[in-house]
Write a protein that binds this ligand. Structure first.
Ligand code: FCB
Length: 420
């Protein structure tokens, strides 16, 4: 009888951060920003969502049970300031501090996101990030926040996916203010956010040294999507893909990290979900309405949002390492599906690729799964299930229940290894 094949164990570094990611608008509820009156495609709103605003002690407990040692969370600007250059709201600040203290007591390092697709109403009234006057106001806010949190927080993430935000809000009309094809606005938003990123990064590095025992770390979270032609020889397919790649990848990376600007960041955050292939102007992905079944007939493996492309994860990691020569965090990766086997395969195949890249010397310090729990997925509402925990939105108590993927991820985090 032949021996069974030895179990493959892929070890990750001991101090690697294993976490999940959320954002205020998507999980907290009771928020006053441009999403408050927004009604998603399924009729859902963010009014209560997971009620993380009140239930965060329970959620921190879940993270502890899932052996997490990292949590990427946002702080909602609209809660903390009610006018430009105003003082921070001490009650709201105390609530975030309590959350952070509970995380730290559970051995969970917080990574704080400063901007995740939302602004205070008084910023939106003046045109949001299309207006350059937003830059100094944001800088003032961040300076105050950093002073308030520096003894507890050393990991800062300035802007989450500025590319997605500017694109969906000003080109595709999916996010407030639901503008369509305002390319000038798109470019302005990116330009202003990039300038703000450089300014607040300097503040964080200079003024953010506190009692955590760590040097402050700061970076953006760039969504990297592969835009490719469905038919290699179709001029239309190729032109659309090339235009998207230029606008959302190249232009945005140059704005935030090109030339001298690279030196402002201490790391690069990468959100990686996969690929979008174009047939003429049509994005062949479930998020654009293409039926998953039809996509499967073309040989595309998709979750409920985009095409999966684990090999691309390795490519972009190597490319970022070569180009930026900075450490990286995987600030988001996740899959939306009600098929847990699919999600388990998706996670393990991406972690295998990640491990391979790290073994070749790519410097990755942590991985944050999107998301801790099912939540308000922007224009899609509650139909996209990204959570490790299921949330029963029909029940007023919003009970959380771990899905099979949660157990898999908890074991990986506990063993700091992937077994296969
Ligand atoms: C990312 C966003 C995050 C969530 C996931 C699914 O683009 O940063 O808020 O919507 O996608």
């Amino acid at each position: 009888m032949s021996n069974p094949a030895p179990e493959k164990v892929l070890k990750f570094p001991e101090n690697f951060l294993w976490g999940t990611a959320t954002s205020p608008t998507q999980v907290e509820g009771h928020i006053q920003n441009e999403w408050t009156d927004f009604v998603a495609q399924d009729g859902g709103t963010c009014h209560v969502t997971c009620d993380h605003y009140h239930r965060y002690p329970e959620d921190v407990d879940w993270m502890r049970k899932l052996n997490q040692n990292g949590y990427r969370m946002g702080i909602e600007w609209s809660r903390l300031q009610d006018c430009a250059y105003g003082p921070l709201n001490q009650t709201e600040l105390a609530r975030y501090i309590d959350l952070i203290d509970r995380l730290r007591a559970a051995g969970i390092t917080p990574m704080i996101v400063l901007h995740h697709f939302s602004n205070p109403p008084w910023i939106n009234e003046l045109g949001g990030w299309t207006n350059a006057a937003t830059i100094p106001v944001f800088v003032d806010y961040v300076r105050k926040l950093v002073a308030a949190l520096k003894d507890r927080v050393y990991l800062w993430n300035t802007f989450n996916e500025p590319d997605t935000y500017a694109c969906v809000a000003y080109l595709l009309g999916g996010f407030p203010p639901q503008n369509k094809w305002r390319l000038g606005r798109f470019r302005k938003v990116i330009g202003h956010m990039a300038r703000a990123h450089v300014k607040v990064s300097r503040i964080i590095r200079r003024e953010g040294v506190g009692a955590t025992g760590h040097k402050p770390e700061v970076g953006i979270a760039k969504n990297w999507t592969y835009f490719e032609a469905y038919k290699k020889y179709s001029l239309w397919d190729r032109t659309t893909a090339a235009a998207c790649h230029y606008t959302f990848n190249q232009f945005v990376l140059d704005a935030f990290l090109g030339g001298w600007r690279r030196k402002a960041s201490t790391y690069v955050g990468l959100n990686y979900y996969g690929r979008v292939r174009f047939h003429h102007f049509r994005a062949m992905i479930p998020a654009s309405g293409a039926p998953i079944k039809q996509l499967a007939d073309f040989g595309f493996v998709c979750d409920d949002m985009v095409e999966r492309y684990p090999a691309g994860f390795g490519k972009v990691l190597r490319q970022f390492q070569q180009r930026f020569r900075l450490p990286m965090y995987i600030t988001e990766h996740g899959a939306a599906s009600s098929n847990e086997e699919f999600r388990i395969r998706d996670l393990t195949s991406h972690l295998e690729v990640l491990h391979g890249a790290m073994a070749e010397g790519v410097d990755v310090r942590g991985f944050f799964y999107w998301s801790l729990m099912d939540n308000f997925e922007w224009q899609f509402g509650y139909t996209k299930k990204f959570g490790l925990l299921a949330v029963d939105f029909a029940d007023k108590k919003l009970p959380r229940t771990p899905k099979p993927l949660a157990e898999v991820y908890a074991r990986i985090a506990r063993e700091r290894a992937l077994r296969g």
